[in-house]
Design a protein around this ligand. Structure first.
Ligand SMILES: NC(=O)c1ccc[n+]([C@@H]2O[C@H](COP(=O)([O-])OP(=O)(O)OC[C@H]3O[C@@H](n4cnc5c(N)ncnc54)[C@H](O)[C@@H]3O)[C@@H](O)[C@H]2O)c1
Length: 435
């Protein structure tokens, strides 16, 4: 198998995790260049991958002018840059590993798909959950066919309050205006992708949705609360106080302190305290400029009559994704935090069912490890393993995503947002004319 040469566009949190594969399996992947507007990021990548100065690019144009030959570009820029950067790379014939969401705009989504087809480029979207043993086993069991066709899918995603506040109330995904994506697209295009992938004998046809921002809003702020926590009379009693929540607990430091633009281990406590006096990370959770919902439900009717529902809750006590797929002759149910699934199959003679449990915690070592590609229950590692095989033209796993597979999941998100905002049922093919 040929060693894959990759260039990274945007050496942020996500790309650096995928790039870790080059350290773990150097015979399969090599990072040969990095493009980033941040000097700090370029320096960090240079040190990590031992890159010469000539393979660091301060922007995408500089890279394109250099005519670099590589097998793939890992596009880990933020959501609002995906379209323009991906189109420029496709125009020049590069294969791309593209972070989700592809884009928030339906026409742009179809443009990217068309451009990839026209140029014959491979675009793999980072639907990392598909690659976990948990979901890929569910897919394999469904594809075996013994449970029959899918009748109903119930998916729930509960976002733990530490994660929700850090990323969606104070963090860089809090504003659809700025980031381009609403909560459903940013957080749950994974879940709509799972629905479409598991049920890919058919396509989504109609969508309805409800949801709002009702928790993290001004009306719930305690009386007299101030914009910044450091001035607030409720600081001591408030569980979301920025000094307790962001500084002491420091749940997701690589997001919180990003604005300080220094290596994390060089940032002092004093610098952090000062930062919280002026950055949104120091603001009251009920008063930030968050413009996205904090709960949403989505119902989907597929063209063959099967149906699916997705419930997203932001600010739950415990994080977790639940799935329950009910088929003609049985069902599969699982909670990914427990890393096991239960499969029930009708016993047609006995009019009862047989039940078996598959526990992945023993086999999925990566999800337990504290290494940077072990994220997403091992999905961050397995997607890279699959990508290398895909680019080599070898047999890939059941999880392989191509751009065509990602379109429907995104259309569900766009349709759900329209349905939620306009209180209508959206017919996907009438609305987006997808083919
Ligand atoms: N697959 C998943 O489960 C998952 C999880 C989290 C985030 N994401 C998505 O991954 C993407 C990246 O998120 P992240 O948290 O790693 O972001 P990040 O902010 O950590 O990284 C983005 C990088 O892009 C660089 N950059 C900004 N503008 C640039 C430009 N014009 N040209 C080149 N580089 C530029 C930044 O300096 C930064 O290093 C987002 O789209 C996000 O929604 C996906």
């Amino acid at each position: 198998m040929k060693k894959i040469k990759a260039v990274i566009l945007g050496y942020g949190d996500r790309s650096s995790r995928y790039a870790e594969y080059a350290k773990l399996v150097p015979q399969e992947l090599e990072i040969i260049g990095v493009i980033d507007i941040s000097e700090l990021k370029l320096k960090q990548a240079q040190a990590k991958f031992d890159l010469p100065n000539g393979s660091l690019y301060a922007n995408l144009d500089a890279f394109l002018q250099a005519n670099v030959a590589c097998d793939v570009v890992i596009n880990g820029t933020m959501d609002q840059l995906h379209y323009v950067t991906t189109m420029a790379l496709l125009e020049r014939g590069y294969n791309i590993l593209l972070e989700k969401p592809i884009t928030a705009n339906p026409q742009e989504l179809l443009d990217i798909r068309e451009k990839a087809r026209e140029k014959g480029c491979k675009v793999v979207v980072c639907h990392v959950l598909r690659y976990t043993p948990f979901y890929s086993t569910i897919k394999k069991i469904l594809d075996e066919g013994k449970l029959g066709k899918i009748v109903n899918m119930q998916l729930n995603e509960h976002v733990w309050h530490g994660h929700f506040v850090n990323s969606y109330v104070r963090g860089k995904w809090r504003s659809e205006k700025e980031c381009g994506s609403g909560l459903l697209l940013a957080k749950c295009c994974h879940d709509t992708d799972l629905m479409c992938w598991l049920n890919n004998a058919t396509v989504p046809a109609k969508v309805s949705s409800f949801g709002s921002k009702s928790l993290f809003c001004e009306k719930n702020a305690p009386e007299g609360a101030t914009q910044y926590c450091y001035q607030c009379p409720h600081q001591k009693d408030c569980m979301f106080d920025a000094y307790k929540f962001e500084l002491e607990k420091d749940f997701i430091p690589f997001y919180t302190w990003m604005g300080i633009e220094k290596p994390l281990d060089e940032i002092t406590v004093e610098e952090k305290k000062e930062f919280l006096k002026k950055d949104v990370y120091g603001q009251c959770v009920y008063k930030t400029d968050m413009d996205i919902v904090d709960r949403q439900c989505v119902s989907v009717e597929f063209a063959n009559g099967s149906i699916g529902t997705l419930n997203m809750v932001g600010g739950a006590s415990k994080a977790g994704r639940y799935i329950h797929v009910i088929c003609e002759y049985g069902e599969i149910v699982g909670y990914i935090e427990e890393n096991k699934i239960t499969v029930r199959e009708f016993d047609k003679k006995d009019v009862w069912y047989h039940e078996s449990v598959i526990d992945f915690s023993e086999q999925n070592d990566l999800s337990k490890e504290d290494n940077s590609v072990g994220g997403h229950y091992g999905g961050d590692f397995y997607i890279m393993q699959d990508l290398v095989r895909y680019l080599n033209g070898e047999k890939t796993s059941v999880s392989t995503t191509v751009i065509e597979d990602s379109v429907n999941s995104h259309l569900i998100c766009y349709a759900a947002e329209k349905a939620r905002k306009e209180h209508v049922v959206v017919d996907i093919s009438k609305e987006y004319g997808n083919q």
